[in-house]
Design a protein around this ligand. Structure first.
Ligand code: FES
Ligand code: FES
Length: 158
């Protein structure tokens, strides 16, 4: 049995067992290494992708239950041009070890798509639960504001 997936604008047929987590299919079958395995329990956010624009944890979602268009980190840049959010991440020098950053960027992208001018509170609410062991939260917050075109007043970034 095969499953059809729409990933980053292309259709793929994969032969993975229907119960296989989407994360494994993306990484192992499709070679997309943006989404990371962190906890495998839906609790850290490292594996986040967007499905129809909604930030979704792919480590606990069986591939047979996927409905909609999947966007991974690799799908954010087009023709070698970085997404504004990716550029903001570079400008703010956000990552430390980098392990969590896929989840941070994909969750932030979903936020900005539904709310292009988020408040500090909106950002905190949306990003809650996407864990960073390196504590890069201040710079993540600043990068989201930069991408949204909102002035970053560093003394108020929490
Ligand atoms: S690896 Fe999916 S939430 Fe942690
Ligand atoms: S940058 Fe290291 S876990 Fe977030």
């Amino acid at each position: 049995m095969t499953t059809k997936l729409d990933v980053n604008g292309a259709t793929h047929e994969v032969g993975a067992d229907p119960s296989t987590p989407l994360l494994y299919v993306l990484r192992n079958d499709l070679g997309l290494r943006g989404p990371h395995f962190g906890c495998g329990l839906g609790q850290c956010g490292a594996c986040t992708v967007m499905i129809d624009g909604v930030a979704t944890r792919s480590c606990t979602l069986p591939v047979s239950q996927v409905r909609g268009r999947i966007t991974t980190l690799e799908g954010l840049s087009t023709n070698g041009k970085l997404d504004p959010l990716q550029q903001a991440w570079i400008d703010e020098q956000v990552p430390m070890c980098g392990y969590c950053q896929n989840g941070q960027i994909m969750t932030a992208k979903a936020l900005l798509q539904r709310n292009p001018k988020p408040t500090d509170a909106d950002i905190r609410t949306a990003m809650e639960g996407v864990l960073c062991r390196c504590m890069s939260y201040y710079r993540i917050h600043a990068a989201i504001k930069r991408a949204a075109g909102v002035p970053v007043r560093r003394e108020t970034v929490e």
